[in-house]
Design a protein around this ligand. Structure first.
Ligand SMILES: [Fe+2]
Length: 316
């Protein structure tokens, strides 16, 4: 079966993408930010996930104010980078995993999470910047990616509790997928920041660090934070942090925090990042090669059987 081996959270500041694209990563201001992800890239290179689920928000790139899905799951075979005003970012086209994505859609909808199935979508910095931070700048992304876009730009966004419970439903869905896949789930956005109004530039490191602590140790406490508290303490755009709770809900109750990084400021925001591993998982890169061949044969048989039962929504 497929399983979630770890969760990764990171900010998705657009200026980080611009710094990469314009080759400014060695400038002192940006080096401070990028140096915090060197360990993470090494961890990811060892973890070698088969699939990444990336929870992020669209910034009026794929969805305008005409259509605002609360949860939109990308079930397409590929997702091109969006033109956010300066042309599409020079990053690889994101390849999806339609089979796992449509399986997740079926499972969570039958679990009463009424997500939107998206069969065509461009992805913006909310998704591509975290991929750069964890995978670097390769010619092709090293694994398929399933985008899960969450509305946090127009009122009302989902509650933290709803996000956490959706994470649990996604885990259940992944674990009922017959193919033997190792999945990493990303929660992106945040941390504290406000980009307009009299409080523009707000950063609340105390709130952010307590959030990181509780993300590891007491995520249920975080699920009780109301929207107004995010807005008041972490700024209007701090509400993006509810997306981290989808990632956390998909993990074990008790997790191992393997890495954390926090720095301010980056483009007037607080950059936060954490890697949490499920304790029951095999260590990165230590998949037993001897059993791999046998598993693949069995997996292929199960996957072939599964393909013939894919839900109609995938083909629509
Ligand atoms: Fe954002």
């Amino acid at each position: 079966m497929a399983r979630i081996i770890a969760g990764v959270s990171s900010s998705h500041v657009p200026a980080i993408g611009a710094a990469i694209d314009n080759k400014r990563t060695e400038e002192p201001y940006w080096k401070r930010v990028f140096s915090g992800f060197e360990t993470s890239k090494e961890w990811m290179a060892k973890a070698k996930p088969d699939v990444a689920i990336v929870v992020y928000n669209d910034h009026a790139s794929a969805f305008s104010v005409e259509i605002i899905p609360t949860f939109a799951l990308g079930c397409a075979a590929e997702f091109p980078p969006a033109d956010e005003g300066w042309g599409p970012r020079p990053v690889p086209v994101v390849k999806g995993h339609p089979e796992l994505a449509s399986h997740i859609a079926q499972s969570v909808i039958l679990d009463e999470f009424d997500i939107t199935v998206v069969n065509k979508m461009e992805v913006d910095h909310g998704l591509t910047v975290p991929l750069n931070l964890l995978f670097g700048s390769p010619k092709e992304w090293p694994c398929p990616v399933i985008p899960l876009a969450v509305n946090v730009v127009m009122y009302p966004p989902p509650t933290g509790h709803r996000c956490f419970m959706l994470g649990k439903a996604i885990r259940k869905a992944v674990e009922s997928f017959p193919e033997d896949l190792r999945v990493v789930i990303f929660g992106t956005g945040g941390m504290s920041h406000q980009i307009s109004g009299p409080r523009a530039g707000l950063i609340n490191s105390k709130f952010d660090k307590a959030f990181l602590d509780n993300l590891t140790k007491d995520p249920k406490k975080l699920t009780r934070i109301p929207h107004l508290e995010y807005m008041r303490e972490a700024g209007a755009e701090g509400i993006e942090m509810v997306m981290w709770l989808i990632m956390r809900g998909a993990l074990d109750d008790k997790v191992e925090e393997v890495y954390r990084f926090y720095t301010v400021p980056a483009s007037n925001t607080a950059v936060g990042h954490i890697i949490l591993e499920n304790r029951g998982r095999a260590a990165p890169g230590k998949r037993a090669a001897a059993t791999k061949g046998k598993r693949r044969v069995a997996t292929k048989r199960r996957a072939a059987a599964h393909r013939s039962n894919l839900p109609a929504i995938r083909r629509g």
